[in-house]
Design a protein around this ligand. Structure first.
Ligand code: SF4
Length: 479
């Protein structure tokens, strides 16, 4: 969500006349869009701001802006600790950034503006999209849950839902520019509709996405097990362009810890949802988030997590060591296991999950896969002459573009079919011939360096921004 907000910030700034700096020039403006989910983000932000002090002294006209969740949390503290920062803006007023920069420049003093509730839904702002083939579309922001470890509700506020018509218009606008894949975004997508009184709204939205001509892949993140209803599973299974993939946070396999986390489902309910998903979509890849070392977690609780992991057979998991966030109820709880105990449990969990991921990936060797060719997903691609893509179930596949293809014919944004030849815990390899290659409009746009630039969802027609240059601004999650 933060990375998508950064696309909005880029779009806004371009509309205000700013142009991206290339790597070889000193920028006039640096914008940090921060994350506050983990404590490490604080340290990294203040450390980075400290490094910028000499540059600011050297060029007092260079502006530094800090926005996002950490700004919403720390507010005026940021300019107290780093008085060379020019603008601080929060999660509810992204749209104010150009005005705040102008005011700070004019008044020659820092502007700190934090709002308590959403000023404008971020999707009404223009966006400079980073990808030609895949786009994020927010369906809601904020969250009505109160998980005791989570700082999101206090920084992003209560859930606000967009109207289905607006969401679908944005999806359509992206597709008309060649985008093949959309990911519907919300802190809790299954609760979508709570604001306008339709508890089946999310399933209906998935089905409506299925009617959009040219939209090949629909994904979403993240659902909450509490609100996961059967109609969503049916909609997923019956809508051909909805991908067979589900990312559903587990957090803990211990019912006692789930209760203490104020996660209102229990492990059996969670596993029951997975069974239904697999019954409806046998090839679905299911991924999750798990926290280790929550206050009060005993070895027995941790064993319960390992047990659920064994039974759930996730294709992969994002595993985290509990990070205390001031301002959350869990930060006041006693009984956090010692660091070395958490580390040891964490390593056991990662080892188990890697084993399962590898087993599941190995079962796919020999299977034909359809890949949406991706950009920047394979660190070793230059050495190995491979390219990378995502299968329909979200798995990362590194493939060799061999067969009846001329050099450079396959581009990010194109579709290829190939056969999996090898498995590793976190990716698959396909070194055989390409069985089929389809050139796409997204691939043409990638080749020309054009990125879709959607205007705010007032439904204006999207247009294309200038060819991409390397950005020198930091963006996204700082964890
Ligand atoms: S559902 Fe997700 S965003 Fe909402 S409070 Fe829980 S962890 Fe945070």
């Amino acid at each position: 969500m933060n990375v998508h907000d950064s696309e909005r910030l880029s779009g806004l700034l371009e509309d205000a006349g700013y142009v991206r700096a290339s790597r070889d020039v000193d920028p006039d403006l640096l914008v940090f869009n921060t994350c506050a989910v983990r404590e490490n983000a604080d340290n990294r932000l203040y450390g980075t701001l400290g490094h910028l002090r000499p540059a600011k002294q050297h060029n007092p006209d260079m502006q530094i802006a800090v926005g996002g969740c950490l700004a919403q949390k720390d507010r005026g503290e940021i300019v107290r600790r780093a008085p060379w920062v020019d603008v601080v803006f929060g999660t509810h007023n992204l749209g104010s950034l150009p005005t705040l920069l102008e005011r700070a420049r004019h008044n020659r003093e820092a502007e700190v503006e934090i709002l308590e509730s959403l000023e404008t839904f971020p999707s009404t702002l223009p966006a400079r999209r980073e990808s030609t083939y895949s786009g994020w579309v927010s369906i809601s922001v904020g969250c009505n849950n109160t998980c005791t470890f989570c700082i999101v509700p206090s920084l992003r506020g209560k859930e606000k839902d967009r109207r289905p018509g607006e969401v679908l218009s944005e999806v359509q606008a992206l597709v008309s520019e060649g985008v093949l894949e959309v990911t519907l975004l919300g802190q809790n997508v299954n609760a979508y509709g709570v604001e306008f009184g339709d508890r089946y709204a999310f399933g209906k939205l998935l089905r409506s996405c299925g009617e959009i001509e040219g939209l090949e892949r629909v994904r979403f993140t993240s659902p909450h097990p509490r609100d996961f209803t059967d109609d969503v599973i049916e909609a997923m299974a019956e809508t051909p362009n909805v991908c067979p993939q589900l990312h559903m946070p587990l957090q803990s396999g211990s019912d006692r810890i789930l209760k203490s986390m104020r996660r209102s489902y229990r492990s059996e309910r969670y596993l029951n949802i997975l069974s239904k998903v697999r019954e409806a979509m046998p090839d679905a890849a299911i991924t999750t988030d798990i926290i280790v070392g929550f206050p009060g977690e005993t070895e027995e609780d941790f064993q319960a997590t390992l047990d659920v992991v064994r039974r759930a057979r996730f294709s992969s998991a994002f595993t985290f060591q509990y990070s205390r966030r001031e301002g959350t109820p869990a930060a006041e709880m006693d009984g956090q296991p010692p660091k070395e105990v958490v580390q040891e449990r964490y390593e056991r969990l990662v080892a188990l999950q890697n084993e399962i991921s590898w087993e599941l990936n190995t079962e796919l060797v020999g299977r034909d896969v359809e890949l949406l060719v991706a950009e920047g997903e394979g660190r070793k691609n230059a050495e190995t002459r491979r390219m990378s893509g995502r299968a329909r179930d979200g798995r990362l596949v590194h493939f060799t573009p061999v067969g009846d293809l001329v050099e450079g014919e396959v581009r990010p944004g194109d579709i290829v079919h190939t056969t999996v030849t090898r498995a590793a815990p976190h990716h698959l390899i396909a070194d055989g011939e390409i069985l089929a290659h389809r050139r796409t409009v997204a691939g043409d746009h990638w080749e020309r360096g054009q990125r879709p630039k959607t205007s705010g969802v007032g439904l204006g027609l999207p247009s294309f921004g200038a060819p991409a240059t390397e950005s020198t601004s930091e963006q996204g999650c700082a964890c």
